[in-house]
Ligand binder design. Structure first.
Ligand code: NAD
Length: 434
């Protein structure tokens, strides 16, 4: 099938590449001409494990191409995926300006029946808005499908190639059949393709993210209570997760969720609910707990140093909002670093993949960046771990102790065994543990 992917970001690039893997011809479009030039030159603009290799192989064989000419892409495709960003507007609602701009381009360039697929995360009612916008510019026949994406950055390819389910929202049988044909290679193991109305499909994505965010905020609240009463949240986590009704995923206490999805989708869902006259009590609390949790590490640092951080120097390990990605959007590291800098501290940070992104778009030259985890530790009064990259888990802790100016660790992800750290001479602080 000939497919156009409009918006070549984390989602568009992965989705496009994976559809090529199952024998389709894919053209990826973006308004960011520099990004397209880099992709045409064989450079992959984001870090996602396994992606570079797949793109390399498929571009060489000519089945995956990149362009900034949206007209060309739309006219050559039977299925057009809209995968542009839907950032939060000032009031927290999803800003649909990119989606509507793409719908307009599609309307202007229609040349026969097409399936238009909303891959972006969009509020209930957007499929209808896209339809109305396209109809303003064309009399050609088309169908709009809502097909929310559930991939996780860091495991995006695996998630897309082996989804737990595929959700297709449409009232058109013709479009449903085309979508089923497209996705059938990914669900050979018996995972379901769920076909439903567009509003339910749009809502499914928000409900899924709100549920996952709720688990995280719930555990962060349990962590606060554990600390207050002298219990260990890690033991409590195992104690509840072994209950098959609860399960293990998304139950780690930490420094709060970040990234390009949970924060904005939770806020957008709140906004949609309020707009429709419903006060979303749980979702609101999830957001509030998360907001407070991003301050917890800073409060621990302040307490340890008696409120005097001016002139102190800190090593930060991990800048990305989670491991295996270079995505820094709404990363807890940024909140912590801003608080430390405001308090007069200086910082050297190390992240295996996100340094360039941090420098370019989030922190600039307000902090120093190290080339290695140990380089960041030199002359530091303490180590603050924010992102749980695997390489930090297997570090020589005696060497860490001997490199730091003072043996102090604030472990925002509970990756080190507290007793072992204390036996090694560290002042060790985790989240929700004694
Ligand atoms: P992104 O910011 O990485 O990529 C969006 C791309 O769209 C950018 O490259 C931008 O230049 C391009 N763009 C904007 N306007 C355009 C236009 N008019 N024409 C062509 N290109 C245009 O965003 P993302 O993380 O890939 O997310 C895209 C959507 O998918 C969002 O709605 C997001 O909520 C959703 N989503 C994201 C993830 C994730 O893990 N990142 C997972 C599931 C769903």
């Amino acid at each position: 099938m000939k497919i156009a992917i409009i918006g070549t970001g984390y989602v568009g690039l992965v989705v496009g590449t994976c559809f090529v893997e199952t024998g389709n011809q894919v053209i990826c479009v973006d308004v960011d001409e520099d990004k397209i030039r880099r992709l045409q030159d064989g450079e992959v603009p984001i870090y996602e494990p396994g992606l570079e290799e797949l793109i390399g192989r498929n571009t060489e064989e000519g089945r995956l191409t990149f362009t900034s000419d949206i007209r060309d892409a739309i006219q050559g495709a039977k299925v057009c995926f809209i995968a542009v960003g839907t950032p939060p507007g000032e009031d927290g609602s999803a800003d649909l300006k990119h989606v509507i701009a793409v719908a307009k381009s599609i309307g202007e360039n229609m040349n026969g029946y097409k399936v238009i697929v909303n891959k972006s995360t969009v509020p209930v009612g957007t499929a209808q808005k896209v339809r109305t916008e396209i109809e303003r510019y064309t009399d050609e026949r088309f169908d709009v499908v809502s097909n929310p994406e559930f991939l996780k950055e860091g495991a995006a390819i695996e998630d897309f190639l082996k989804p737990d389910r595929v959700v297709i929202g449409t009232d058109s049988e013709r479009a449903a059949l085309i979508m089923q044909e497209l996705y059938s290679p990914f669900v050979r193991t018996g995972k379901p393709i769920l076909t439903m109305d567009t509003a339910s499909a749009e809502m499914t994505k928000y409900a899924a993210n709100a549920m996952l965010a709720t688990r995280i905020s719930f555990m962060n609240e349990m962590a606060q209570i554990c600390e207050a009463i002298g219990a260990d949240v890690n033991e409590v986590r195992k104690g509840i997760a072994t209950d098959s009704r609860i399960g293990f995923p998304f139950l780690f206490a930490g420094v709060g969720y970040g990234g390009s999805c949970f924060p904005k989708d939770v806020r957008a869902l709140m906004h949609t609910a309020i707009e429709h006259g419903h006060e979303p009590l749980i979702v609101k609390a999830v957001e509030e707990v998360n907001h407070a949790q991003k301050e917890v590490l800073f409060q621990k640092v302040q307490k340890h140093f008696g409120g005097e951080l001016s002139g102190k120097h800190f090593a930060i390990w991990g800048l990305a909002f989670k491991p295996q990605t270079d995505d820094m959007r709404e990363a807890p590291s940024v909140v912590l670093i801003n608080s430390l800098l405001e308090a007069g501290a200086t910082i050297t940070a190390f992240d295996p993949e996100a340094t360039e992104e941090a420098k370019k778009n989030h922190l600039g030259d307000r902090i120093r960046y190290a080339e290695s985890s140990f380089e960041a530790l030199r002359d530091a009064d303490a180590l603050v771990l924010v992102t749980e990259w695997n390489e930090f888990r297997h570090i020589d802790i005696e060497e860490v102790r001997d490199t730091l100016k003072q043996p102090v660790i604030f472990d925002g992800r509970n990756i080190f065994p507290p007793q072992r750290m204390r036996d090694a001479g560290f002042a060790y602080y985790g989240i929700g543990i004694r």
